[in-house]
Write a protein that binds this ligand. Structure first.
Ligand code: GCU
Length: 628
């Protein structure tokens, strides 16, 4: 339906219903994925995790042949073909693949951890698994991929059903008419290759992790179903939200939004586009979500015989002057940064609920934290939902990292879609308070224009949360004092200024000089330290003067940096770099690193380093101070 008619329909719809966040709907509608299947994990589904066969295709001959010609049929991995049976017939036909008799891999999980020969494989690999769906009996069926890194080519029974670019966000294709009774053949081509036009580009300080890295599910829905729904507590003490139905009978449906245990039950009627909004006064007894009291309610959105269920917390987040206000009260973010890697010596980016809980428990209970920076890309929904449950505030980030092709409109379009896929997935998560638009991007006019567009887009998609970015800082010496200045035009667009600082690690600063370093900022806005850190190999204890890469140096670095932090005007939080050592091909010192970035407060197997307790003690004191 053309946008103009949607606008007219939305306005008519509004006249019949209470006021609704029209701006959020219209601004978001262009970027809204065709299907969201919000709350999919609670719907009837077949989890397709398990052993998949795979076939390497480094020269992409299964996709395109030399000169860009169509791939030779003998190489097309996606064909709906029993190669062994064809070969048994004899004759001239032959094949240069066989997905049925190929090697197997446990999916979800990155291929770099699956086989030694795939450790640094960077290119296309085809995956396949067969499955037998339930009888549809009038239902619809969808394939939902939680994440595939980086490009995905999806085929069902030999027919292409869709493609997706982006390694960290979910995507959905309807397969109702592509399924056949009995056994179906799902083939997924995954290309991990990044380049100057991808997001992120090819150089990052984290590992490849190519593959189907999060679960794939076959989801069943009624003909008309609740595709997406949201509800949020506003700073005016109201609960507003919306529901979007999908299907032939989406228009004119009665919708009920209910919050069990809070005495909320609201009805509305969908407009011609299947959209309905509601806006109701929050009940007096509503228990607000916070890290100290992460109250979640059972919420249902029902319409057309279908129900979308969710467990949601209600809270408000805002900034006022130099403060961040959670539920109207100032809060100090006691956090740490985290890459998406499970504990262990050979992580596959396989984040099960157990793996996520092991990581977040170190933050919540080990460090006495209330905040986590999920860097540098959208993490698994498992992790974000667990942050809701455990009570950790979340910084969510799009991997606009270091360098991007700032003047390429395709790059901006990709980023906006990544923002939409992330925000639509996580906008019901009380823990998420910050949308970050980038990390350490060198200042230039095209770069600032790009980020400004991202900030506008995030605000249009979700006017309820704060916008930030991890900025680089300027360093000057004034009257013999080191002054660290935030001087970035992007600040105008941000609610929270975040900065990465490594004085005392990169460069030749003496640790004793850190507490005297002064900070200046261009505006009275909250500041958070989004990164600071130093490498230490767990178990390496230098004798005498602390040496870099020793646990003692890292611990002293933390003590001195925290002393400096306590003098930063307007500092409202921090997420030091990083909870756990993580894999990076940029870190190859043969004694201290061996392919690991060692800035973790924990080793890759969870060993505590001395600095862990330094930060934990600081956060205990911080929590006591702010409780006063
Ligand atoms: C940068 C960057 C991180 C990187 C870290 C480091 O600030 O944001 O991704 O890992 O510094 O140098 O360890």
């Amino acid at each position: 339906m053309p946008l103009l008619s949607r606008l007219i329909a939305a306005v008519i719809g509004l006249c019949l219903m209470s006021a609704a966040p029209v701006m959020a709907q219209n601004a978001a509608s262009d970027l809204r994925p065709k299907y969201l299947l919000t709350g999919a994990i609670d719907r009837e589904n077949d989890d397709l995790s398990g052993q998949w066969t795979y076939s390497k295709d480094l020269y992409r001959t299964g996709l395109t042949d030399i000169n860009g010609w169509v791939a030779k049929s003998r190489m097309q991995r996606y064909r709906d073909l029993d190669v062994a049976a064809e070969e048994a017939k004899g004759g001239a036909t032959f094949f240069e693949f066989d997905m049925d008799r190929g090697p197997q891999m446990s999916i979800p999980g990155a291929w770099n951890a699956a086989e030694p020969e795939l450790r640094y494989y960077d290119g296309l690999i085809w995956f396949q698994r067969k499955f037998t769906p339930k009888a549809l009996s009038g239902k619809r069926a969808f394939l939902r991929f939680e994440a595939v890194n980086y490009r995905a080519y999806i085929y069902l029974n030999g027919k292409e059903i869709g493609r997706h670019e982006g390694g960290f966000t979910p995507f959905v294709f309807e397969v109702t008419d592509a399924l056949k009774a009995g056994e179906n053949r799902l083939t997924v081509g995954v290309d991990s290759k990044h380049d100057g036009k991808t997001i992120p580009t090819e150089i990052t300080d984290w590992d490849l992790y190519g593959g189907i890295t999060r679960p794939v599910r076959l989801i069943y829905t009624p003909q008309t179903f609740v595709d997406d729904a949201t509800a949020t507590l506003t700073t005016q003490g109201r609960i507003t939200g919306s529901v979007q139905l999908n299907g032939a009978n989406a228009a004119g449906q009665a919708v009920t939004f209910a919050v069990a245990g809070a005495g909320i039950k609201v009805s509305a009627t969908t407009d011609a586009t299947g959209y309905a909004a509601f806006d109701v006064k929050a009940p007096k007894g509503l228990k607000l979500w916070s890290p100290e009291s992460p109250t979640l309610y059972d919420v249902t959105f029902s319409a057309a015989g279908d129900t979308l269920k969710d467990r949601m917390g209600f809270r408000t987040i805002a900034v006022k002057g130099e403060q961040i206000l959670l539920n109207g009260k100032p809060i100090f973010l006691r956090g740490i940064s985290l890459h998406e890697e499970e504990f262990g010596t050979n992580p596959a980016r396989r984040i099960t609920p157990q793996a996520a809980r092991a990581l977040l428990s170190e933050i919540k209970y080990g460090l006495h934290g209330n905040y986590v920076r999920l860097s540098h890309y959208p993490h698994s929904e498992v992790t974000v939902r667990l942050a809701d449950e455990m009570g950790l505030l979340v910084w969510s980030e799009i991997p606009v990292y270091w360098t991007v092709d700032w003047e390429n409109p395709e790059a901006l379009a990709k980023v906006k879609h990544m923002q939409a896929e992330t925000i639509y997935r996580d906008r019901n998560r009380a823990s998420v308070i910050l949308w970050s638009v980038g990390n350490e991007t060198p200042i230039s006019e095209p770069r600032t224009k790009f980020h400004n567009a991202m900030a506008d887009n995030a605000r249009a998609l979700d006017p309820t949360r704060l916008i930030s970015a991890a900025l680089l800082v300027e360093r000057k010496t004034i009257d013999g004092h080191v002054v660290i200045a935030i001087d970035d035009p992007l600040v105008d667009k941000l609610d929270v200024m975040a900065v990465n600082t490594y004085a005392g690690w990169y460069g030749d600063d003496k640790l004793d000089a850190l507490p005297d370093m002064r900070w200046t900022a261009p505006q009275k806005k909250p500041i958070v330290l989004s990164e600071f850190g130093a490498d230490a190999l767990a178990g390496y204890h230098a004798v005498g003067e602390p040496k870099k890469f020793s646990e003692e140096y890292q611990a002293e670095y933390y003590r001195k940096t925290l002393e400096m932090a306590d003098k930063i005007p307007g500092l409202q939080g921090m997420s030091p770099w990083i909870l756990k050592d993580f894999q990076s091909p940029r870190r190859e010192h043969p004694i201290y690193q061996n392919g690991w970035n060692r800035k973790g407060l924990l080793s890759e197997t969870g060993e505590h380093k001395l600095a862990f307790e330094v930060l934990a003690d600081y956060y205990v004191r911080k929590a006591a101070d702010t409780a006063k």
